[in-house]
Design a binder for this molecule. Structure first.
Ligand SMILES: NC(=O)c1ccc[n+]([C@@H]2O[C@H](COP(=O)([O-])OP(=O)(O)OC[C@H]3O[C@@H](n4cnc5c(N)ncnc54)[C@H](OP(=O)(O)O)[C@@H]3O)[C@@H](O)[C@H]2O)c1
Length: 234
């Protein structure tokens, strides 16, 4: 039974990925900040679901998870946890707009979306190397693309651009060890990140992502693709 570790699994895309991998008989290590409050995740309880506490901005929390998982092979690490910024988004988005940038917000978004996935990969690399599939997948966004999409949200966009670069560096570093490092955009999905115009249902995005992740070979390492498989220009 292959094993996937998913961060931010208590809601949105992470919760649905958890549901779908469980349905396909994967062992899922589902992490979230507060398992006691993760009612939707806890409803999925079964013998191949393990729920673990994890705040990706707290490196001690990441190290503690890594030590609990010492010796455990992980086939796929999905760095899903992320923030767009303070919510409700509409009330706070000015804090990411040029002229009224709140640099504390920017720092928090970078800590979560950029440092978090890299720190997870650093801490769990032994587990990934022990797995058969050896995949590290990070949820990025088309708004992180320099050429494809403009957004006024400086913090969110740059956090995704930076993680794209970081993971493409990691792809090159880990290629010889057979590790596939990939970036994916889930589309504009109807989660808490929806400004009101999202057009993709959560199960459709998660299903597309799973198909894409399942299809990866080492030749796909360093790729940046949409949930439907389209390549996204950097
Ligand atoms: N929805 C979209 O249209 C869209 C588009 C492009 C990319 N993405 C990316 O897709 C990923 C999933 O987003 P989503 O749409 O499912 O959003 P969501 O519904 O807001 O879910 C985000 C998840 O990340 C978790 N999280 C946030 N900060 C965390 C931290 N410090 N430590 C651990 N977990 C943390 C949240 O936990 P709490 O419940 O505790 O806050 C939640 O489980 C994100 O990386 C996002 O940037 C989404």
């Amino acid at each position: 039974m292959p094993t996937v570790l998913i961060t931010g699994a208590n809601r949105g895309i992470g919760l649905e990925l958890t549901r779908q991998y469980l349905r396909d008989d994967w062992e899922v290590i589902a992490t979230c900040r507060s398992p006691a409050d993760a009612a939707d995740l806890n409803e999925l309880a079964c013998d191949h679901l393990r729920v673990e506490p994890l705040d990706v901005t707290d490196h001690a929390s990441i190290d503690a998870l890594a030590s609990r998982l010492r010796g455990k092979a992980i086939d796929v690490l999905i760095n899903n946890a992320g923030i767009i910024g303070p919510v409700p988004i509409a009330e706070h988005i000015d804090r990411q707009h040029f002229g009224s940038i709140d640099y504390a917000v920017w720092e928090q978004v970078l800590r979560t979306n950029t440092f978090g996935p890299v720190r997870m990969a650093e801490a769990l690399l032994p587990n990934i190397l022990a797995g058969e599939q050896k995949k590290i997948v990070t949820l990025s966004s088309t708004v992180g693309s320099i050429v494809e999409r403009d957004t006024a949200a400086f913090a969110y966009a740059t956090s995704k651009t930076a993680i794209n670069k970081a993971m493409s560096l990691l792809a090159a570093l880990l290629r010889e060890q057979g590790v596939i490092v990939a970036l994916v955009c889930p589309g504009y999905v109807k989660t808490r990140m929806d400004f009101g115009t999202a057009d993709i249902e959560i199960p459709d995005s998660a299903a597309g992502l799973r198909t894409l992740i399942g299809s990866y070979t080492l030749a796909d390492s360093g790729s940046f693709r949409r949930f439907n498989g389209e390549t996204i220009a950097w």
